[in-house]
Design a protein around this ligand. Structure first.
Ligand SMILES: [Fe+2]
Length: 285
């Protein structure tokens, strides 16, 4: 704990992220929240062990960061009756899709600002969440690559990224198909300036495809090259969950993915998605 922060903040051994203890997220006063928000902008990912937030507390905490894109969604392979979903289940297909690097809602007209994610039931092994720092990734690019990608954009589509893993998202009934009804994929620049820190960030990930001005194969090769460069130590961090953990990440700076686990084992997480500001998170077209 230092004079600046009313809680204990331990930076993670990566270019981003911090573990935060010594505070209760439910019931933060304004001054503590202001300090926490500043830490969130600085570190991009804050990990809070042992918070055991109720659903209402999670939504209330997420809402302090801005309007919500959605309040609380179970990210789970467990049905309401407690049975584990089968491999061909729509929800399991979505969970498999989440195992590819991505930013949330880049396939929507307005991409997300961030997310609060909490663990409720976790498998004994696997099922971690991993993040990657796209501000540090941009800074580590060669001047030649920076110049090459500066004028480029890519389309983003969830329907397409799910199709690449064999999931027809349009037919999804039980899941609801959030994001599958976007008919015109948004176009987003490969380099996006963070609206609050001013840092340029790479905007890539599994939803990105089709760079205008490049042949398909050339565009795919470039996106693969950027992804391979970006998601390497020290720009990645993996969190092994314990029930009761909460995190908040900055979706404008970090990509994330779930790590695989034995899908016959239950994993129940809750996700609250903070809406992007349309002034800064809207697609270019
Ligand atoms: Fe996600």
């Amino acid at each position: 704990m230092d004079a600046r922060t009313p809680f204990h903040l331990e930076p993670l051994p990566a270019t981003f992220g911090a573990r935060v203890t010594g505070l209760r997220l439910a019931g933060l006063d304004e001054a503590d929240f202001a300090a926490l928000y500043e830490a969130w902008l600085e570190y991009g990912l804050l990990v809070f062990p042992g918070q055991n937030l109720s659903r209402e507390e999670q939504v209330a905490f997420a809402s302090r960061f801005g309007p919500l894109e959605f309040r609380l969604a179970p990210i789970s392979n467990v049905r309401e009756d407690g049975s584990v979903r089968l491999p061909d289940d729509d929800w399991v297909q979505v969970l498999k899709g989440n195992m590819g690097w991505h930013c949330d809602s880049t396939y929507m007209p307005v991409q997300a600002k961030g997310a609060v994610f909490t663990a409720h039931i976790v498998p004994a092994s696997g099922g971690e969440t991993e993040w990657a720092d796209m501000a540090a990734a941009f800074e580590a690019l060669s001047p030649e690559m920076r110049a090459r990608i500066a004028p480029l954009s890519a389309y983003h589509s969830l329907r397409r990224s799910q199709a690449r893993i064999g999931h027809d998202y349009r037919k999804s009934t039980e899941h609801g198909g959030y994001g599958a009804d976007v008919e015109t994929p948004p176009l987003r620049p490969l380099v996006k300036t963070h609206p609050e820190t001013g840092r340029p960030c790479l905007m890539i990930g599994r939803h990105a495809f089709g760079i205008p001005g490049l042949a398909d194969a050339e565009g795919e090769a470039l996106l693969d090259e950027l992804l391979g460069h970006a998601c390497q130590p020290p720009r990645v961090w993996t969190h092994a969950w314990a029930p009761g953990d909460a995190v908040i990440w900055d979706n404008r700076r970090l990509m994330h993915r779930a790590r695989p686990w034995d899908l016959s084992k239950p994993r129940v997480m809750f996700h609250s998605r903070i809406a992007g500001d349309p002034a800064t998170e809207s697609a270019a077209a």
